[in-house]
Design a protein around this ligand. Structure first.
Ligand SMILES: Cc1cc2nc3c(=O)[nH]c(=O)nc-3n(C[C@H](O)[C@H](O)[C@H](O)COP(=O)(O)O)c2cc1C
Length: 158
């Protein structure tokens, strides 16, 4: 059993309505560009993100099949849109609705780009439940959240 004594994992960062989170990657998903909003929301400096695989913000709650579908869609030359829960550097999280598509130069696919929008609260709850079910099926693992008093946590530390 994994006992996570960090409460940061429960802290959500709200994506602002009026700012776009933008990133680009090479054809292997390595970040080539991150705008300041992406850096701010994910808790990194832009230079910490550039050159890293985009999975740097992968949240453990995300099922594998979502990313398989994402990459299968991109490899067919199509665009993908979907809900993603991302991990911040401080282990908190944020939800986005991402639109990912190819960047073409002289008709040749050179990069991928992603533009994200904020997600309404009822959809976040629906997607969290949906992804929990998917993960349970895929990995036979589930997420248990236990709320306890601080003295129980102190005992765990002993
Ligand atoms: C342009 C682009 C943007 C992406 N954005 C995210 C993202 O915000 N969060 C994420 O977890 N994966 C994102 N991915 C998918 C990652 O490349 C990766 O497949 C995913 O994090 C799963 O990691 P894994 O393949 O190492 O298991 C993006 C991929 C591309 C091409």
């Amino acid at each position: 059993m994994i006992v996570d004594k960090s409460f940061k994992m429960f802290i959500e960062t709200e994506v602002p309505e009026n700012e776009l989170i933008i990133s680009r990657t090479d054809l292997n998903g390595v970040i080539t560009y991150a705008n300041d909003t992406f850096a701010k929301i994910s808790g990194y400096e832009p230079e910490e993100l550039i050159g890293k695989p985009h999975s740097i913000v992968r949240h453990p709650d995300m099922p594998k099949s979502v990313f398989k579908e994402l990459w299968d869609t991109l490899k067919r030359g199509e665009s993908w849109s979907g809900y993603i829960k991302n991990l911040r550097k401080d282990k908190g999280y944020y939800w986005v609705y991402a639109h990912i598509s190819g960047v073409y130069k002289d008709g040749k696919l050179v990069e991928y780009k992603s533009v994200r929008e904020p997600v309404a609260k009822p959809i976040k709850i629906k997607m969290q439940n949906h992804y929990d079910e998917l993960r349970e099926k895929e990995e036979n693992s589930c997420r248990i959240v236990i709320y306890s008093s601080c003295d129980i946590l102190d005992k765990l530390k002993e």
